[in-house]
Ligand binder design. Structure first.
Ligand code: ATP
Length: 556
């Protein structure tokens, strides 16, 4: 590699001081110390190269990340190196060093010769993995994730593509580009970075997220290991998100153990509180007796003592129930819950379907009808040339005790905005090469711009056309990582699903249900955190909205 420019290097979290010293003393750490052996793959931000230090025999992966132009963007990119450097666990990819040159960030890390789990799934060509192998891998994945959570970090992008195998068959979690450090209980982060296929219902539903969102993603990985397929298959983005929000997935092949079936079911609980934490899976869950043989001795011992410290059951000998909600309220929320699903359902239905809800009686149906008249539709645009551009806007209307508001999701590669509005909204989403503006106040004209100079070449399109683009959006893009922004206000985030502990996905599995399973339960190991503000997405979003308003003013 021939790089002559100034290079900044750091090998620990003390980035600021190191950079300062490099600048002070004019150090120019060498980049030529690595020989590039081959290109392993290409990520959205650059290439991953197989390299070898000149004086060593060990091979490493050198990940090249194009640094964004903004300071906040640069900081966000550095986050990956900083977090990876902090993680020291046998089931996490080992960080070697990182440095910057020529507008790129380079991260040198352990090479996992066994490839990623997604490749492994493909190589199976339909032949299912034995349960032993699945449990062994899954245990290691849990150990790595448990460690991450103990560091008060959420990975947020756990997926088979980000889980690697070494040549010795050891699992390694990698790609901390989406991870966030958290602090302060009782507060929740405002952004989420994840891959739509693996993103949990609470993210789509604008609920607070925590360690249990990683548990959902791991449920997807475990399901993939068992079936070689993703649990939530759909023919469009819209249907994918709806399936996730309903938590409906085809059952596992019957030859897998009851414990495995049960675990998947638990990990796909819609209410995060009902999902087991990773440490629960390893120690107290039904599956723990099957996986303990895969635990390293020291962990096994530690797990044993942790088990002894288990919180006592209440005097009746029953598990602690979730916090009670007055019965009358539950009824109302359940009503709303049904309405929400009807509304979601209506997105891919025609007028006939919508009129079906009108036949019903009661407040829920009334709200459904009102919302059906106001419901906005989905829009998207596709990539231009080979630019990796895609914008998907998905609206989920929600009801909360008869008040009405919209939730609008913009999902952009690595940048996403979601806005809430009462009865009208101006929405804007910006990517590298495309800027759509949808002004619902002025009758819904869609104005958007295509090309590399978004603010110069404006094209006016009908909402129908934009909607049509969304319908045809490439679903494979849902396997990529996106940032999903949600507003800080928690008021608007409270919808009917916030208060319903149950989910409606148990049907397929009921034949294997035992009585203990039906007991109300809560995993008290939720770790609610506040995001450390590495990058101020809220400010970024506000800027976008201001731009949108200006544009609309100019046009009207
Ligand atoms: N430590 C590693 N060992 C072996 N292969 C790796 C390692 N890290 C990444 N890879 C491989 O390199 C390729 C590129 O990975 P990279 O993380 O840069 O991007 P990506 O995961 O494909 O996409 P994204 O940019 O959305 O994260 C992938 O095929 C991945 O399997």
């Amino acid at each position: 590699m021939q790089h002559r420019s100034r290079v900044f290097r750091w090998g620990s979290a003390d980035l600021g001081r190191q950079l300062f010293e490099d600048l002070q003393w004019g150090k120019q750490p060498e980049m030529d110390c690595y020989t590039v052996l081959k290109v392993i793959g290409e990520g959205s931000y650059g290439q991953a190269l197989l390299v070898q230090p000149r004086k060593e025999s060990e091979k490493y992966v050198l990940k090249e990340i194009r640094l964004p132009k903004t300071q906040s963007g640069i900081q966000s990119s550095r986050n990956e190196a900083i977090l990876l450097a902090k993680m020291k666990h046998p089931n996490i990819v080992i960080f070697r060093e990182s440095f910057e040159a020529e507008g790129h960030l380079y991260i040198v890390m352990e090479f996992c010769a066994g490839g990623d789990l997604m490749q492994k799934l493909k190589w199976q060509k339909g032949s299912l993995f034995p349960e032993d192998m699945i449990l062994n891998w899954f245990t290691q994945i849990c150990l790595g994730t448990k460690y991450i959570h103990e560091q008060r970090v959420l990975h947020r992008d756990l997926k088979s593509k980000n889980i690697f195998l070494t040549d010795k068959g050891t699992i390694k979690l990698g790609d901390f580009g989406s991870a966030c450090i958290l602090n302060s209980p009782k507060a929740y982060a405002c952004t989420y970075v994840g891959t739509p296929y693996y993103v949990s219902p609470e993210i789509w539903d604008s609920k607070p997220y925590n360690n249990k969102s990683d548990v959902w993603s791991l449920g997807c990985v475990l399901y993939e290991l068992c079936t070689l397929k993703h649990p939530f298959q759909a023919n469009s983005w819209k249907n994918l998100i709806l399936k996730i929000c309903r938590g409906s997935y085809p059952p596992l092949p019957p030859h897998y153990s009851y414990e495995l079936h049960y675990l998947i079911k638990q990990m796909f609980k819609i209410n995060p509180k009902d999902r087991p934490s990773i440490s629960n899976i390893l120690t107290r869950h039904r599956v723990s007796k099957l996986i303990k043989k895969y635990l390293p001795l020291e962990v096994f011992n530690a797990v044993g003592s942790e088990k002894l410290e288990r919180k006592p059951k209440n005097p009746n000998g029953k598990l602690k129930a979730t916090k009670g909600i007055p019965k009358i309220k539950i009824w109302l929320y359940l009503k709303c819950f049904t309405v929400k699903h009807q509304l979601c359902f209506s997105f891919n239905q025609n007028e006939e379907q919508v009129s079906k809800w009108k036949k019903g009686e009661g407040e829920g149906e009334k709200v459904a009808r009102i919302l059906s008249e106001k419901t906005l539709e989905e829009t998207t645009s596709e990539m231009e040339g080979n630019r990796n551009i895609s914008i998907y806007l998905i609206l989920i209307s929600k009801t909360h005790m008869l008040s009405i508001y919209y939730q609008l999701f913009f999902i952009l590669p690595k940048k996403c905005a979601m806005l809430n509005a009462k009865t009208s909204a101006v929405i804007i989403a910006v990517t590298d090469s495309l800027m759509p503006v949808y002004d619902f106040n002025t009758g819904g004209d869609v104005v958007y711009c295509i090309g590399n100079s978004p603010r110069k070449q404006w094209v006016k399109e009908s909402p129908e056309k934009l909607l049509n683009i969304l319908q045809n959006a490439n679903l494979s893009l849902a396997f990529k990582t996106y940032t999903i922004h949600k507003p800080e206000s928690h008021e608007l985030l409270h919808g009917p699903l916030s208060h319903v502990g149950a989910d409606d996905t148990d049907g397929d599995m009921e034949e294997t249900v035992d009585s203990a399973r039906l007991e109300p339960r809560s995993d008290d190991e939720d770790t609610d955190f506040e995001e450390e503000s590495v990058f101020d997405w809220v400010a970024e979003l506000e800027k976008m909205v201001t731009k949108a308003s200006t544009i609309i003013e100019l046009l009207t």
